[in-house]
Design a protein around this ligand. Structure first.
Ligand code: ZN
Length: 442
């Protein structure tokens, strides 16, 4: 596990930010998460709508929408800098790389060789078909999100460093599993470790939601109870061992039950256009993105797209309105899955995996929103039930909780009703202490 050592031994305050991956706002109920439900009555309770795409961490940690941040998905069309350009030389051997559990070693081998060849931080090609691999490069994870300038605009990590605050990063992609994250967090809170901000991620809600579905008994009776108990422990430590504290629990998106599968790759294969010769496609579970290499490819695929069931083509205006980047590297055409439809097989799952829940739908009617619960020892929020907010608001809220200045690169609005303290100024003024004023009214 990666540790970030940046000691601040004077901390008697701790802000704990918990990302509950795919934690729906309607999970916060008395019967499903009794502790969190009770806690939410003492502070802010609401929901977050995630911007389209798959780069929620960029949104939460720098307060920007995908079209501003340039981070929309894990992979971007960039043949000129693809770390996988060597995969072309595999020739027919590449055919061995097919999304089946038994063939996972072929994917690890490509990951390993690519890392060796390029020295990049993350080089896992997911299950991109080998003929398409040389067209793609990584986007969000070219370096750890907490590194200097990693998000292209001041991040919560950059601000902490600049203002002498210490943070502990226990979230994707450097953390371990939920138990490891929890054990580390509990141990360090108990030891009063010198961190001002803890960022922890629990993923059982995402993993279990994909496998069993958001309304399954496994989710409603086991996974949520388990996370709820973890949150209760964290809260108990905060409230007994710290002078002041915040506990901010956020679902980065919701999760919809999957009702239908649509095979986009097979539908495109019915046309006369040849994959990797006439067109390139990236199949995400809820969004398929296309690039055309020849006029023939453009004509054939464009004619086919409107016929694909359970999906609709996004035009440029809608992309702009939804804050989806419109640059060509993010797709010349985009096909969005209707609510409950899963594009299958997508490039992140093996064909033989069970997927009963999915997120990333533009239509949130089944996916729901992410949870938002903020409790604090200080009166920074009035206890209230609030309307849905955008996930970009997480960043400004974290800045407010930590007393950090909110950079003008960000686009969100803090949830807080009042600041904990004034943001620190770059050069503190050296004023002589004022004589105590004695006010007499009689
Ligand atoms: Zn997921």
């Amino acid at each position: 596990m990666t540790t970030i050592e940046n000691a601040n031994p004077s901390a008697d305050h701790a802000t704990v930010f918990v990302i509950l991956d795919a934690g729906r706002s309607d999970y916060v109920r008395e019967d499903a998460m009794p502790f969190l439900h009770g806690l939410s009555r003492t502070g802010y309770r609401g929901s977050f709508e995630s911007p389209p795409g798959f780069a929620q961490r960029t949104t939460m940690f720098s307060g920007r929408y995908p079209d501003t941040s340039g981070n929309f998905s894990q992979f971007v069309f960039a043949p000129e800098r693809s770390p996988f350009d060597w995969v072309e030389s595999l020739g027919p051997l590449g055919k061995l790389v097919r999304p089946r559990k038994v063939l996972a070693p072929t994917r690890w081998a490509i990951d390993w060789i690519t890392a060796k060849k390029t020295g990049h931080f993350q080089t896992d090609p997911a299950w991109i078909p080998p003929e398409f691999m040389p067209y793609f490069a990584m986007c969000e994870d070219t370096q750890p999100v907490f590194e200097d300038g990693a998000l292209g605009a001041p991040s919560i990590f950059d601000l902490c460093r600049e203002h002498g605050l210490a943070f502990r990063y226990l979230a994707h992609p450097v953390s371990g599993d939920d138990e490891e994250v929890f054990d580390t967090l509990v141990r360090e809170l108990r030891q009063h470790a010198p961190y001002d901000l803890y960022l922890a991620q629990f993923s059982i809600t995402d993993e279990g939601g994909h496998e069993h579905g958001p309304f399954s008994d496994a989710m409603q009776q086991r996974f949520l109870r388990d996370v709820d108990a973890k949150l209760a422990t964290i809260h108990a430590l905060l409230s007994t061992r710290y002078d002041s504290w915040d506990l901010f629990v956020v679902g980065d998106h919701g999760m919809a039950p999957v009702e239908q599968r649509v095979d986009v790759l097979s539908a495109l294969a019915e046309t006369e256009a040849e994959p990797a010769e006439d067109y390139v496609v990236f199949v995400n579970s809820t969004l398929a993105v296309l690039w055309y290499l020849t006029p023939k490819g453009r004509k054939a695929i464009r004619a086919k797209l409107p016929e694909i069931e359970g999906a609709r083509v996004l035009d440029e205006d809608e992309r702009r309105d939804r804050r989806i980047p419109t640059e060509e590297r993010w797709g010349q055409d985009m096909l969005a899955a209707e609510s409950g439809v899963l594009f299958w097989p997508d490039y992140f799952h093996v064909r033989d995996s069970t997927v009963r829940g999915m997120h990333g739908y533009l239509d949130k009617s089944d996916e729901g929103l992410g949870m938002a619960v903020l409790a604090s020892s200080d009166p920074v929020v009035e206890p209230r039930e609030a309307d849905p907010r955008s996930l970009v608001d997480v960043f400004a809220t974290l800045c407010g909780l930590l007393g950090l200045p909110v950079p003008d690169t960000q686009e969100g609005t803090s949830l807080l009703d009042r600041a904990r303290r004034e943001p620190p100024v770059a050069e503190p003024e050296q004023e002589p202490p004022e004589p105590e004023q004695v006010v007499s009214d009689g």
